[in-house]
Design a protein around this ligand. Structure first.
Ligand SMILES: CC1(C)CN=C(N2CCN(c3ncnc4sc(CC(F)F)cc34)CC2)S1
Length: 484
């Protein structure tokens, strides 16, 4: 493990964002792996000093100078760093032969973190993700506990323990082949924690919560990307601390350029959000970053992640690119097995707030090139709603209610009959094949690809897959919606 080395110590006292970026660069480029505890403590101290209530007022006004941070003395970091190490080393007896971690070891480290936490506190509060929060306030959020377990195992010398991330949960993998899994934290409200248990092979592992068995398995460097992604610049519900957001943005660019975000769609999306707010000169534009996150999820996670599409859909929505927003949301809907509170809220907002808002604007008659005349938009909307209806079919508990149906009917009815007539619901493979021959363009579930593999969307033929309500996902074909 890299540890707190002299070439890191010479950077102290840290006074600027550039100093912090240099510390992270030293650690990320060191021949031994980056020290998670050190980096989490540094990021946590800086975040806390710039977002705590004491100087909130100060931070809301314009930044004094760019790149200026409250001075961070080495002593502050050393005290916290040594405290974390001693908590770990005292609590876990050092069995001589290190080798690979065992389930007992992982559970023991999780217990040490767990039993140090304050009895009861508001778990969803901001700034509870870092080791600074753990060491100074004995508080961690769900992600923070999982991260602390991995950092704890690293400082005990178990480099096989790594962070596994879905879009709404975190756990660890370990063992000789990295194939052992263990819950180490809680999930959601009121659910009994399953700490120590392996991630089931059953239906729950195929749920969205475990991204259908396609989690992000972190390397040490990706664990640094996770702690950077978890930096939270919010000062209050309306303002961000400018320097914290800038620090997070620069650290994400460092990780991006070193190639450590390639397999981490949400981190790319986080960078896209920051770039949309304040673009960095000469870098990849945010629109492309959102697309890269989608491509990463398709390439490495069999397109089982939803958030890359909601990052992208949110960008299009904010920039009034409604046709593109519909397509992103339809793609998101194609992914889901909606069985979790969090992702349900995501789709509820899209279906019952964002889309009705777009329809209101579009039917106000002022937009010349209105989406209401575009069969592709109607087809994508149907695909979006169909994915949600599929969830209704697939889930044990009834969920859709009049609150969903009203906006749905209102939205569909905004498209004229002649536009709707151009969308054919094609119900069997042979018909789809006929279309393919006729138009030489076949649109797959999520990646619009011409027969020859090039990517294109031609207005003449737009098709999309509507999941077959009766069959489950493994049906050999999906009837598709064709708009000619
Ligand atoms: C399109 C959105 C609504 C905007 N932000 C979104 N985020 C999704 C969650 N975010 C994340 N960003 C990086 N890594 C992780 S790991 C994780 C699960 C947690 F339990 F560990 C969440 C998450 C960042 C913010 S999705």
């Amino acid at each position: 493990m890299a540890g707190f080395r002299d070439l890191d110590k010479v950077l102290f006292p840290i006074k600027s964002i550039n100093n912090v970026v240099q510390l992270f660069r030293n650690q990320l480029e060191s021949p031994s792996e980056p020290d998670l505890a050190l980096l989490s403590i540094v990021a946590g101290v800086i975040e806390n000093s710039l977002t705590s209530r004491s100087n909130a007022a100060l931070q809301v006004c314009e930044p004094v100078e760019q790149n200026n941070l409250p001075i961070l003395e080495i002593k502050t970091v050393e005290i916290l760093y040594d405290k974390f190490r001693s908590i770990m080393l005292n609590a876990v007896d050092q069995n001589k032969a290190k080798g690979f971690a065992t389930r007992d070891l992982v559970k023991k480290v999780s217990d040490v973190i767990w039993n140090s936490l304050t009895r009861s506190y508001y778990k969803d509060r901001a700034h509870l993700q870092s080791l600074y929060s753990f060491l100074s306030g004995n508080k961690l959020d769900c992600f923070g506990v999982a991260f602390a377990v991995v950092a704890g195992c690293q400082c005990l010398g178990y480099n096989d323990v790594h962070l596994a991330l879905s879009e709404d949960h975190a756990w660890v993998i370990f063992g000789e082949n990295g194939t052992e899994t263990a819950e180490v934290t809680w999930h959601g409200k009121g659910n009994e924690d399953k700490r120590g248990q392996e991630i089931g092979k059953g239906v729950s592992a195929r749920s969205w919560l475990y991204v259908n068995n396609k989690p992000v398995i972190c390397t040490r460097h990706m664990e640094v990307a996770a702690l950077v992604s978890a930096i939270n610049p919010s000062l209050n519900s309306t303002h961000d601390a400018y320097e914290v957001a800038l620090l997070q943005q620069e650290l994400l660019w460092l990780l991006y350029e070193l190639g450590h975000l390639k397999k981490y769609p949400m981190a790319i999306g986080n960078l896209g959000d920051l770039e949309e707010i304040a673009a960095t000169e000469g870098k990849v534009p945010c629109k492309d970053l959102f697309q890269e996150a989608v491509t990463s999820a398709r390439s490495y996670y069999s397109n089982q992640h939803v958030y890359p599409y909601t990052y992208q859909g949110g960008y299009f929505y904010r920039n009034k690119m409604y046709e593109e927003a519909f397509e992103s949301w339809a793609n998101a809907s194609d992914v889901i097995r909606l069985d979790d509170e969090e992702i349900y809220k995501e789709f509820l907002e899209i279906a019952n707030e964002l889309i009705p808002h777009i329809m209101k604007i579009e039917s106000s008659g002022f937009s010349a090139n209105t989406i209401l005349k575009k069969p592709k938009c109607f087809a994508d909307l149907l695909r979006f709603y169909d994915g949600i209806c599929q969830w209704e079919e697939g889930s044990a508990t009834p969920v859709l209610h009049i609150g969903w149906a009203k906006p749905l009917v209102l939205t569909i009815s905004k498209f004229d009959a002649d536009v709707r007539a151009q969308v054919n619901i094609v119900c069997d493979k042979s018909e789809e094949d006929k279309l393919l021959k006729k138009n030489g363009t076949y649109f797959n579930n999520n990646n619009y690809e011409k027969e020859n593999g090039s990517t294109a969307v031609s207005d003449s033929v737009v098709s999309t897959n509507v999941k077959n309500h009766s069959d489950k996902d493994n049906s050999p074909f999906h009837p598709s919606i064709e708009a000619l």
